[in-house]
Design a binder for this molecule. Structure first.
Ligand code: C2E
Ligand code: MG
Ligand code: MG
Ligand code: MG
Length: 292
């Protein structure tokens, strides 16, 4: 108890802080080695068309298979990779691996399929990003229209003009651009007009409660309408229940991604799913208008 610890309590606190700092340093140096040791893998989560029920694409999600810690989720290392700049080579590896994998699946007759890759702020700021993407497309032979780059609103906060020109240069390659976690960041309607975006991804915190919370339901319906009025595709992430799926279909959302259909899967399991032709039950036909 606190009373029993008395004046020694501080000594328990200080080493704990120290431990956190040490843990950070351990992870940082381990991250530095992880690429060389091929400890990173990509898992793939399907994205489905809500009308046809078919898998139309996938998002590549980074995992770190640490020899002692096991599978480490991105929430535990992306921020640190970002701070240290290690996200640049890690992100480049992820882009190349995801594009090569997607091309291989299409070559095996499992396509057409899009591949969505997350881009971090740090990567977005790199001067040679566009030529690096072009090189990956050339080397893997992936059709540029099959590559979708997921960006977050935070990328646009620093230098709007630079962001606009960077996005146009990326668009000129023929890739698709999507705004990830839409609605959670610095959402300004003006950038939606200025930026050459193709897709909005509704953040899962809004999707989570659409079946129960009238405000969240209204926000999601509004984002779908907004996207369509701007001629953008709209995809809901974090769909876990049939009630959420039904709501999204009724409001004309184009695509979904979420545990309801599948968690992110290692490549062999994802491929198996493609080969089995798994899909969502298609949307029930709308009732025919009654003739009077
Ligand atoms: P994100 O890009 O928004 O990815 C979606 C996250 O939601 C993934 O978490 C996915 O596993 C999770 N998710 C999908 N469906 C559901 C669902 O139905 N319910 C719940 N509760 N969660 C669901 P994950 O894989 O842990 O990735 C977290 C974040 O890490 C990603 O969020 C992305 O911001 C970042 N990340 C992942 N891979 C990369 C990468 O290669 N590069 C960069 N820069 N960031 C990455
Ligand atoms: Mg994403
Ligand atoms: Mg997201
Ligand atoms: Mg996110």
């Amino acid at each position: 108890s606190a009373k029993k610890l008395g004046r020694n309590a501080f000594q328990f606190y200080a080493p704990a802080m120290n431990e956190a700092a040490q843990e950070r340093m351990r992870i940082e140096s381990a991250l530095r080695n992880a690429l060389e040791r091929e400890e990173f893998v990509l898992h793939y989560q399907p994205q489905l068309d809500l009308k046809s029920g078919q898998i139309v694409g996938m998002e590549a999600l980074l995992r770190w298979q640490h020899p002692e810690l096991g599978t480490v989720a991105p929430s535990r290392f992306i921020a640190l990779a970002e701070e240290t700049g290690l996200i640049v080579p890690i992100g480049a590896w992820a882009m190349r691996t995801a594009c090569a994998q997607n091309r291989a699946w299409q070559d095996a007759g499992l396509g057409p399929l899009r591949i969505a890759v997350n881009l971090s702020a740090r990567q977005f700021g790199e001067a040679d990003l566009v030529s690096a993407i072009a090189a990956v497309l050339a080397d893997t032979g992936l059709a540029p229209s099959c590559l979708e780059l997921e960006l977050t609103e935070s990328l646009f906060m620093n230098d709007i003009n630079l962001a606009v020109s960077q996005l146009h240069a990326m668009k000129a390659l023929g890739v698709q651009l999507s705004i990830d976690d839409f609605g959670t960041g610095y959402s300004s309607f003006s950038y939606l007009r200025r930026f050459p975006i193709d897709v909005l991804k509704i953040d899962r915190t809004f999707v989570n409660d659409i079946a129960n919370d009238a405000d969240d339901a209204a926000i999601v319906a509004s984002i779908i309408t907004l996207a369509h009025n701007l001629k953008l595709r709209v995809i809901a992430e974090g769909v876990e229940t049939e009630a959420q799926l039904d709501y999204l279909r009724r409001h004309g959302c184009d695509e979904m991604q979420g545990y309801y259909f599948s968690r992110p899967l290692p490549p062999d399991q994802f491929e198996q799913m493609l080969r089995q032709g798994l899909r969502l039950a298609p949307a029930p036909a709308l009732p025919q208008p009654r003739l009077v």
